[in-house]
Design a protein around this ligand. Structure first.
Ligand code: FAD
Length: 470
């Protein structure tokens, strides 16, 4: 083979910019590095790990149709990758390496190291952007700054579209057969809990079908239904995006096709959904502009001076879904059991941890990564820092969700709670949002671990004090 395609979090053949380019300069050999120790250090959840590994197998099948062999290399840490790739290019006399960018600090460091190594061997390197709609750094204010307000960022994107959107690439044509076989053996040695695949099956085609079903059947109602966890009417495509079985660009294209190509007008449901895709882009741009976000730093650095708590026992109750606030507990149990949590609930539980228990948002961020099938540093960090009021364009510190009124509003009949908190499933739609401590106790459900009003008052006081000290 002439070219090497290095797959990372872009495990698909359609709309894969680097693969597309590589195939124009074939024959192509593909490689994926299984970095089990690094995944562990990055807190990858068992659900996401199972999906990722199964997606590599699915990718091998899709590549086989294109006559592209895939080799999986066992590289426990990112640091092992440059040597492993160097050995491979030498062995096969490869002339070019292709890959798609990743934007986290360690991943960017790895890209640089691999590039340097390849160049020292005389191998040309081409990198492309696949995860984003627009290239990070391409949307800036008049004075060249990063937009710190999402709406302004979105408006700038609307204004510059379609030119600013990255190109879309159809799946490439098959190449001539090469005299090599795929080798996925390294996947067999990984410690994977495949039971997660029943809930989150892998597959590029499957992701496409789910996308098509969503845009044909549910997207038009998205604006009205998206906040109601019991209705389960969001796309649930985030897991596929996290492993790259599906690109955000493919999502956008499918939405635009249903909306006469309009980004910001037309059907309200579609425009609202596109808005969420742009949030995803916003957080990726943010990560590149502020790499410190990958290093456990608050975007508003002064908020690191807040007296965040590190109370293991209280944190554990939150993790397990035993806070005594039914909507919080139902949400945490949904994530623990299924690897996914509805967006409205992610905001509710994140605010509960940070604004009621005043526990360090980094603890919650990490726990989410350890549990979520769609765990993604940019979106997760963005979501946590939004909720904790430490982030870029975050919720103002004084706008604190009341978990009981949120519950009444977004789970009015209590159906979602009933699903995950069986102890109180018999309670009627009025009592279920906040059963009295006595009643709850009788049914084996905990009393609320904290009083809403006083917790919120204390949190506001701490933020106020911080602001006054500026
Ligand atoms: P849909 O409602 O169908 O939205 C479509 C797509 O838009 C999603 O698949 C996702 O790619 C994107 N999107 C939607 N909402 C957001 C958002 N708020 N920020 C960024 N992108 C968004 N998303 C992740 O993918 N991984 C995470 O680790 C993650 N952690 C989060 C943590 C917190 C505290 C919060 C508040 C949000 C987090 N989100 C995360 C964002 C959001 O909750 C999920 O993307 C969404 O719930 C996924 O479900 P869906 O695919 O059905 O979304």
């Amino acid at each position: 083979p002439q070219s090497l395609m290095w797959f990372r979090a872009d495990l698909r053949v359609a709309d894969n910019p680097a693969l597309h380019l590589a195939m124009q300069n074939g024959p192509v050999l593909a490689v994926f590095c299984a970095t089990e120790k690094q995944w562990q250090q990055h807190d990858i959840s068992p659900a996401k790990k199972a999906l990722l590994v199964a997606q590599v197998r699915d990718l091998a099948d899709s590549l086989a149709q294109l006559n592209v062999p895939l080799l999986v290399l066992d590289c426990p840490l990112f640091a092992d990758i440059p040597d492993a790739l160097a050995a491979l290019v030498k062995q096969h006399d490869i002339q070019q390496l292709y890959y798609n960018h990743e934007y986290e600090v360690n991943e960017m460091g790895l890209s640089r190291q691999v590039t340097k190594r390849m160049k020292s061997l005389g191998v040309a390197v081409r990198s492309e952007h696949d995860q984003v709609l627009t290239v990070p750094g391409s949307i800036r204010t008049g004075s060249g700054e990063f937009y710190k307000v999402f709406t302004a960022f979105k408006k700038a994107l609307y204004k510059a579209a379609p030119d600013i959107l990255r190109p879309y690439y159809a799946a490439p044509d098959a190449q001539q057969k090469v005299d090599m076989n795929s080798d996925l053996q390294a996947l067999d040695n990984l410690d994977v809990d495949n039971s997660w695949l029943e809930r989150w099956p892998a597959g590029e085609q499957l992701a496409q079908q789910q996308l098509q079903r969503f845009v044909h059947e549910a997207i038009r109602d998205y604006k009205q239904t998206r906040d109601f966890p019991a209705q389960d009417n969001t796309s649930r495509l985030s897991a596929y995006q996290a492993v790259g079985a599906l690109s955000t660009m493919q999502c956008l294209r499918a939405a635009l096709a249903e909306n006469n190509g309009e980004l910001d007008s037309g059907n309200e449901g579609i425009v609202t959904w596109i808005n969420e895709l742009i949030w995803r882009d916003f957080y990726r741009h943010l990560l590149v502009a502020y790499p410190d976000l990958c290093k456990h730093k608050a975007f508003k650095s002064d908020t690191d001076r807040l007296p965040w708590k590190h109370d293991e026992d209280k944190f554990q109750r939150w993790c397990e879904g035993n806070t005594g606030y039914p909507i919080v507990d139902a949400a945490m149990r949904q994530m623990n059991q299924t690897g996914w949590m509805h967006n409205r609930l992610r905001m509710i539980v994140a605010m509960f941890l940070t604004k009621h228990l005043f526990i360090d948002w980094r603890w919650g961020e990490r726990y989410f990564m350890q549990k979520l099938v769609d765990g993604d540093l940019a979106s997760n960090n963005g979501g946590w820092q939004w909720s904790a009021s430490t982030g870029c364009d975050a919720v103002p510190y004084f706008r604190i969700f009341n978990p009981v009124t949120q519950s009444e509003r977004f789970d009015p009949k209590g159906d979602f709670i009933r699903n995950y908190v069986p102890e109180i499933a018999k309670f009627d739609a009025k009592k279920i949002h906040m059963p009295s401590a006595d009643l709850a106790k009788r049914f084996g459900y905990p009393a609320p671990m904290v009083d809403h009003a006083s917790a919120v008052a204390q949190t506001k006081a701490w933020f106020k004090e911080l602001n006054a000290s500026q």
